[in-house]
Design a binder for this molecule. Structure first.
Ligand code: F6P
Length: 328
């Protein structure tokens, strides 16, 4: 029989993502609903080590569902990677009477949580928050939908100027290891070419496709490049390479960067965050631990954290085909 949960700590860690605040709100309010105390931890695992805590109640999370970033702040903690750091964190949690933790973040956050659980048998539940959508065991991570919409809006604007000046634009979007943002935002914004780590097209094919576009009468082109693309050249180097070929392209570069991580979450992300927070707290109450909550075919699910970490979040091949057809 598992111990009754009386107090839950919640933290956000790793790269922030829109919807994290909505998830914190949901965790806090689900705790309040079930008469469980809730402790907010600032700066992720760093705050756990520094006892940077604040008791939270339903009113502490008013007016945050619409806010980007995370009111709890975020950090990537080197100290938590050491046994000494984790021991201090555990002592702090025991002193505060915390029975379980909800961890909102990406793979680094979950790896830390898993190690901590194994060392101290401390119940943890993960909520996947990253714009990259690169976590297995859930169809969507928090912030991905918002980031896609932000990227599409930015690309639309760049297209206006690209087409006014008959220019070729290389636009880099986030996605360290995966091309979900590039592929979906690229299709959504009507890009002429999309370069992703999973299916590197290489420079030769890129040039061929640009030439085909030009011959078919296109005067401007948008090429979306995922930051983790494996072509071996970043967007600036791609521009230099094409400039040196002197084939008449007027090339410009845009890196969308961290603006993709900011902004008010979409309705989709707010609802997802609300559902994930409820599922996380209620799963801990049922005595479950070491899971990540997720959504698969619109049903709330639990995936063991180690499977989420080991698994691959695969690109949808059908989208690659759709993008090829759309660029005809
Ligand atoms: O993990 C999300 C992400 O946005 C990646 O796409 C990107 O490579 C990385 O974070 C950037 O991290 P930082 O904020 O540390 O520069």
């Amino acid at each position: 029989m598992s111990k009754k949960i009386k107090k839950i700590a919640v933290l956000t860690s790793g790269g922030d993502s829109p919807g994290m605040n909505a998830a914190v709100r949901s965790v806090v309010r689900t705790c309040a609903y079930h008469n469980i105390e809730c402790l907010g931890v600032y700066r992720g695992y760093e705050g756990l080590i520094d006892s940077d805590f604040e008791p939270m109640n339903a009113r502490s999370v008013r007016d945050i569902i619409n806010r980007g970033g995370t009111i709890l702040k975020s950090a990537r903690s080197k100290r938590f990677m050491t046994p000494e750091g984790r021991k201090v964190a555990h002592d702090n949690l025991v002193r505060e009477g915390v029975d379980a933790m909800v961890l909102i973040g990406g793979d680094g956050t979950f790896t830390g949580g898993l190690v901590f659980n194994r060392e101290y048998d401390f119940p943890v539940m993960g909520i996947p928050g990253t714009i990259d959508n690169d976590i297995a065991g859930t169809d969507f991570t928090l912030g991905y939908d918002t980031a896609l919409n932000t990227a599409v809006e930015a690309i639309d604007k760049i297209r206006d100027t690209a087409s006014s000046h008959n220019r070729l634009f290389f636009i880099e979007v986030m996605g360290r290891d995966v091309g979900h943002i590039a592929l979906n935002a690229g299709i959504g914004a009507g890009a002429e070419q999309i370069m992703i780590p999973e299916e590197s097209i290489g420079i030769e094919r890129l040039l061929e496709s640009l030439e085909r576009s030009r011959k078919s009468g296109k005067l401007s082109s948008i090429v979306i490049v995922a930051e983790g693309d494996k072509t071996g050249k970043n967007v600036f180097e791609l521009k230099d390479y094409i400039d040196d070929l002197d084939q008449g392209y007027d090339v410009r570069v845009m890196v969308l960067g961290h603006m993709q991580r900011g902004g008010s979450p979409t309705c989709f992300d707010r609802v997802l965050a609300s559902r994930m927070g409820v599922k996380a707290v209620e799963s801990l109450m049922e005595g479950k631990s070491n899971f990540m909550v997720g959504t698969v075919h619109d049903k709330m699910t639990l995936c063991p954290i180690d499977e989420a970490l080991k698994g691959e979040s695969k690109i949808n091949k059908e989208l690659i085909r759709v993008s090829e057809i759309m660029t005809t």
